[in-house]
Design a binder for this molecule. Structure first.
Ligand SMILES: CC(=O)SCCNC(=O)CCNC(=O)[C@H](O)C(C)(C)COP(=O)(O)OP(=O)(O)OC[C@H]1O[C@@H](n2cnc3c(N)ncnc32)[C@H](O)[C@@H]1OP(=O)(O)O
Ligand SMILES: O=C([O-])CC(=O)C(=O)O
Length: 374
């Protein structure tokens, strides 16, 4: 993994602090959580183990994992007042706005009044996010008030069961788990940095996470998985994809799901989710969307040396699992909450308010003229 040459706008290449949580573009496949390669974790761990790792710095043993999952299990249901708020949000609302409101409102009901409650607040959001997303979605789209408690052992399985009302297959449970692992943490990305800036003012956990959701929402960040889906669905065939992408590039449009602020040659998460997308395509019985995605990948590399980031093959993978496109970025929230909260805790453990300087490019000093003379 070669480092991208980093310089210029967007604070690129400037260190904005220290972290023990993650490296991006440095060693191994290019992404590590607390020293573990993301591929190793995706192959050999579950999302709950990764959440525990990010919060504690070490992977859990069997007893610790069982205890952690048992804690999360008790925190999955939503307070009635939050359900009532979610019922007020219309079906055409942006689901990331729903997540933002859900997070913020829970912070009103169960505020983090003291930093000794930080792990509790993080656990609560981790356990409740799938229900916040699915309760709103099923109520606003199908008029169904779902039960927010399921017998699914994992958070990924819990989400799929809340969404579909039926027990997910082993393969779907595994894919969603891998996806949650891949999205969990990524150093000082825009949304995590938002959370850390907020934490540096000694604000509460819910405010930090609400702000981070707002940053993740944009199509240059987490919103790209949804935008990639909208794009590939418009392509009729691999040949059509290449033709249309040529037009987009000629018009200087950004191709969503490609490129990265740090990686230069590849995003290590892509190869993992791409393999799962291929498996799911075969299970689905129609591989055309996967074939179109592969054509996009080849075309972008051949013409622009741009590679798929984590978001691109997530689009087809989620689609093959029957997940509505509008829920793609909220799933990212359910996962990245672990990284965000771990960064908030790390910031608090050695805090100085984050307050950079700016290069002034405005007017020279001048006097206020009376309004009648302007
Ligand atoms: C999980 C995540 O958040 S991963 C990121 C998800 N976001 C996307 O997929 C959105 C599409 N991608 C992008 O907009 C960008 O690649 C970003 C925001 C991810 C990174 O931005 P930067 O670090 O500024 O990109 P970078 O410096 O590599 O850009 C180099 C050139 O490639 C172009 N470029 C980069 N990505 C793309 C793209 N996806 N489509 C078309 N052109 C692109 C840039 O416009 C730039 O061209 P220029 O020099 O003529 O201005
Ligand atoms: O690191 C970034 O800039 C964006 C990204 O891939 C992530 O947050 O997962």
């Amino acid at each position: 993994m070669v480092d991208k040459k980093l310089a210029g706008a967007g604070l690129r290449g400037q260190s904005a602090g220290e972290t023990a949580l993650c490296t991006v573009g440095k060693t191994g496949s290019g992404l590590t959580y607390c020293g573990y390669d993301v591929k190793d974790l995706a192959d050999n761990a579950t999302f709950e183990e990764v959440a525990y790792l990010l919060f504690n710095g070490e992977l859990p043993n069997t007893e610790q994992l069982q205890a952690y999952k048992a804690t999360l299990l008790t925190l999955r249901d939503l307070p009635q007042a939050l359900k009532e708020v979610l019922k007020l949000i219309p079906a055409d609302a942006h689901p990331m706005d729903v997540m933002r409101t859900g997070c913020s409102f829970l912070g009103n009901l169960e505020p983090e009044t003291d930093f000794s409650m930080q792990q509790q607040a993080a656990n609560r959001l981790l356990a409740a996010f799938p229900a916040i997303m699915c309760f709103w979605y099923r109520y606003s789209h199908d008029g169904v008030e779902i039960d927010c408690v399921t017998d699914e052992d994992s958070l990924g399985g819990h989400f799929l069961k809340l969404l579909n009302g039926e027990t997910p297959s082993e393969q779907h449970r595994r894919v969603i788990d891998v996806s949650l692992i891949l999205y969990a943490e990524h150093e000082f990305n825009a949304s995590t940095f938002t959370a850390r800036v907020c934490a540096s003012t000694l604000s509460d956990m819910y405010s930090c996470i609400t702000g981070a959701i707002g940053s993740l929402r944009g199509p240059l960040h987490g919103g790209a998985n949804e935008a990639a889906m909208d794009m590939i669905q418009k392509f009729k065939s691999p040949e059509d994809a290449k033709e249309q992408m040529a037009g987009m590039l000629a018009r200087k449009e950004k191709i969503m799901g490609f490129g990265h602020a740090i990686y230069r040659e590849s995003d290590p998460r892509n190869v993992i989710i791409k393999q799962w997308s291929e498996k799911l395509a075969k299970e689905h019985g129609d591989t055309s969307l996967y074939d179109i995605s592969v054509a996009c990948e080849e075309y972008m590399w051949d013409t622009k040396k741009l590679f798929c980031n984590a978001d691109f093959f997530h689009a087809s993978a989620y689609h093959f699992m029957g997940i509505p496109t509008k829920l793609f970025t909220p799933i990212f929230v359910c996962s990245r909450l672990t990284g965000w909260a771990a960064h908030v805790m790390e910031q608090r453990s050695n805090n100085r308010i984050i307050r950079p300087s700016a290069d002034y490019i405005g007017s020279e000093p001048r006097k206020v003229m009376p309004i009648s003379q302007r």
